[in-house]
Design a protein around this ligand. Structure first.
Ligand SMILES: Cc1cc2nc3c(=O)[nH]c(=O)nc-3n(C[C@H](O)[C@H](O)[C@H](O)COP(=O)(O)O)c2cc1C
Length: 196
């Protein structure tokens, strides 16, 4: 992972920049596998891809102090500052979170909450892919996360272009062992480079 904002700029800007954001704390687990597969598939089609692991960053929860609304800057001086340039420069974000209690992980939600204090105009036009593994056997478990992301996308002028759901992901290696799940993640990476 690189949090050096310069790295994206050094690459000629002719290809799509695709940023993977992993919301699971489990390295090498299902969420990271899905995000990696989408990124690799997009990269094979010419994307410039990068991945960050939220659990390895210091992103503090929003304190609702509203300083961002008054002054434009957040009270937290943490890793979101370094991540934002990467987000701004990427046309596509692949947002991955496992389901935890019918919702996203705490790491993922803390990250999203902090969007309250950013320059949201720079989010407009982003293309979003969400990748959601879950232990339950039915994609319906993901409905709250999907609804949340749909509403956020509508509110911020972003487009949810693809949703990769992976039910029945009980073990860390479940995604990698499911050819169906891997195929659907690869297809999403391919589509982002050709269909949108
Ligand atoms: C704290 C916790 C809560 C969970 N809650 C749910 C849930 O509500 N519904 C579900 O289908 N799976 C639930 N799961 C299972 C995970 O979503 C599933 O194992 C997923 O594949 C984990 O992804 P990872 O390998 O990237 O960590 C939960 C797992 C944990 C650790």
């Amino acid at each position: 992972m690189s949090l050096n904002p310069g790295t994206v700029n050094e690459v000629p800007y002719k290809n799509k920049h695709v940023l993977g954001i992993v919301g699971s704390p489990r390295r090498g687990g299902n969420t990271e596998t899905l995000v990696d597969t989408i990124l690799n598939s997009a990269a094979e089609e010419g994307a410039i891809s990068e991945k960050i692991i939220l659990n390895e960053l210091d992103i503090a929860p929003c304190q609702a102090c509203d300083r961002c609304q008054r002054t434009g800057s957040c009270i937290h001086d943490d890793d979101l500052k370094k991540l934002l340039p990467l987000m701004y420069e990427s046309e596509v974000w692949v947002l991955g979170t496992p389901i935890y209690w019918w919702g996203p992980t705490a790491q993922f939600k803390a990250f999203i909450d902090r969007w309250y204090g950013v320059d949201q105009r720079k989010f407009q036009g982003k293309q979003i892919i969400i990748a959601i593994p879950m232990g339950g056997g039915n994609g319906h478990y993901a409905r709250h996360i999907i609804g949340m992301i749909e509403d956020i996308c509508n509110y911020l002028g972003m487009t949810l272009v693809d949703t990769v759901l992976a039910p029945g992901m009980i073990d860390r290696s479940s995604a990698r062992e499911s050819s169906h799940v891997m195929d659907s993640a690869r297809a999403a990476g391919m589509r982002i480079m050709h269909a949108y």
